[in-house]
Structures are given as C-alpha cells and as structure tokens.
Design a binder for this molecule. Structure first.
Ligand code: BDP
Length: 327
C-alpha cells in the first residue's frame, strides 16, 4: 500500500472508532471497498445493499463505502478482508484465483461463449456451487454475490489485430499467473500490477497497453494515456464477486445473515442493469474521445490460448463440460 493510501486508511479507521452509536444498540460499521470510483455500478449496488441492511436492522449495521481504491489494491483488500479489517470487498474474480484456486475455472480465456452465457452460468447452479466453494475454502471469506464486468479486450497505443501484432508489447494484466500465461500465449508480454498502478504505467510507457472493459478504460482514465486502439478480443469474461469477511459473518445472527444474502442477490441484479447502461455510455464516450474500437478475428486469439486452457483447465474438465452445456 502506498503511504498516501495508508494515511487515508488510518484516518478512516480512526474516524470510525470514535463514531457514536446512533441508536440504543451498538452500531456496527461495515467497511466496504472497491477500486472503482463513486458512481460506478458496483459501488452503487453495494452502497444500496448497505442502505437496505441499515433500514432492515434499524441502524445496527451501517455500511461505509471506501471507493476509488483508497484502502489499497485488490490483493491487499482481500488480505485485509480475510483478517476482518475490511468487512465487504468487491473484487474481480481474477484476483481471488490465487487465494481460492477453484474460481480459476471462470478466469480462463474464452471459457464463456459470450456475456449472456456467463450470466446464465453465474445465475444457475454452477454459480451457486462456486460461491459455496469460496465460502467453504480456508480463505475466511463468505461469497455474497456476483457482478458483471462485461468482456475484457485489449487496448494499446499501437494497433493490434493479430497475435503477431502483440509481439514485444508489454501488456498489464491482473495479478494471477493464469493471466500472464494467457497474455503470453496471445503473443504479448503479460506484466502484473494492481489496477490503481496501471494508469501511471501506461502514462510512462512502462507498459504498452492493458486489457479491460469500456467502463474501466474510461473511468480509470487509461484512455488519456496515449492508448488509441481497442481491439475487441473479448478474451476474458470474468465476473466480479463481492465477499464478506468471515470474522464479520460469524458475529451475525442467522436472521442477519439471511438479510445480507437477500440484499446481496438484489445488489447482483441491480448492478447488472446499471452495468448494461454504463457499457453503452462509456463506449460512446470512448469513441467520442477518439478511441478506435477495432473488430478483430477472435479465432487466432482463441487458438493461441488453447495451451492455457489445456494447462489450467485440465483439473476442471468435468465442470467445463457442464459450463459449455449451459444454454
Ligand atoms: C476491472 C474490475 C476490477 C479490477 C480491474 C483490474 O472491475 O475489479 O481491479 O478490472 O483490471 O474490470 O484490475
């Protein structure tokens, strides 16, 4: 964590330790974290979950959102959530892979046919099974719900249409060896770093590009760093996940846990509606800012990543068959 973020986090903690309870019962503040800014669909949906929980528990729980990555990178936030210093973390499933390896089945390149397929899978029994695996794992996290993150495509300063065009380009990926293997197989050099470090890495040419969805490309200002081309590879369709610290969960009554689960499912659905709007809105803004959306032939990227699916997917062979069978 940078010194600035440590300061912000420390100040935030100090402020809450002195917060006076608003009702007769002691108030529990649930600190929630997101790397995205205020107003981003995920942030809004988690804030609304908090409002519902506060109302339903007559103020016993109050959610405090720390947006914009002020509590650290997603890796750091996962660690803090595991020990109970943060109560709710909204993160990419990509970041959870190294902590709960079972989830990597959803993190594999081209494992979903398209976004509709991904949604059908997370909404159905397989989505539930994976949430249960997270909660039952030794990670000390309770899976609350999924969120949409659309498709991740490549953005670069130099135009990329084929795997050969990626040769020699350093592309930022999320911190998970699976994504380094994926980017290397696609022809580039995968470099891992936290989301909040990517802007300056792009600006200073430490990397030549990155890969993400339109709302992130826009709201994280990556589009202002000299990135011009947005090659529609859609190589990863990774859902987001939001989790609660098991330390917090275990202190809740069964009824309170049921409320959290109910409002989490609603948050999942609310985020989805907001998400679709935001993809449309930010795609328009990116185009207006001169970013060229380039239609590429996905087949060479799909073929190039076959060894990654073979290496990382072998252990999920049965599950992958079931995912493919979902209509
Ligand atoms: C965004 C996810 C966010 C990740 C970020 C990344 O919403 O959780 O931190 O990508 O690439 O799409 O790190």
């Amino acid at each position: 964590m940078t010194f600035r973020r440590q300061l912000v986090a420390a100040a935030a903690l100090a402020a809450f330790s002195f917060a006076a309870p608003m009702t007769a019962q002691a108030q529990t503040v649930l600190k929630a974290s997101d790397v995205h800014p205020v107003g981003y669909p995920n942030v809004v949906a988690v804030e609304n979950l908090g409002k519902k929980l506060e109302a339903a528990t007559k103020g016993k729980f109050k959610l405090q959102m720390f947006a914009g990555g002020v509590l650290g990178s997603e890796k750091e936030v996962v660690e803090q959530t595991q020990v109970g210093a943060i109560q709710i973390a909204r993160i990419s499933l990509g970041i959870l892979g190294p902590v709960v390896p079972d989830v990597n089945v959803f993190n594999m390149p081209f494992v979903f046919r398209d976004e509709a397929h991904m949604r059908a899978v997370i909404d159905g029994p397989i989505g539930k099974e994976l949430m249960d695996k997270i909660s039952a794992s030794p990670a000390r996290l309770v899976a609350l719900g999924w969120m949409d993150s659309g498709s991740r495509s490549l953005y670069t300063k130099k135009e990329v249409k084929t795997p050969a065009d990626l040769k020699g380009l350093k592309i930022r990926v999320m911190g998970n060896p699976l994504f380094v293997d994926t980017m290397n197989a696609m022809g580039g050099n995968g470099i891992t770093m936290g989301h909040n470090d990517t802007f300056s890495a792009l600006q200073t040419n430490v990397v030549d590009g990155a890969e993400n969805n339109p709302p992130t490309l826009f709201t994280a200002n990556h589009y202002t760093t000299g990135v011009k081309y947005y090659a529609q590879t859609t190589h990863l369709i990774i859902p987001e996940i939001f989790v609660m610290s098991k330390v917090t969960w275990d202190k809740m009554s069964k009824d309170e846990q049921a409320l959290v689960m109910k409002f989490s499912r609603e948050a999942q659905m609310e985020q989805r509606a907001l998400w679709d709007k935001s993809v449309a809105e930010y795609s328009t803004k990116l185009k207006a800012a001169g970013i060229q959306f380039v239609n590429v032939d996905k087949k060479p990227f799909y073929d190039a990543t076959a060894p990654v699916r073979a290496k990382h997917g072998a252990q999920y062979a049965e599950l992958i068959k079931r995912i493919e069978a979902v209509k």
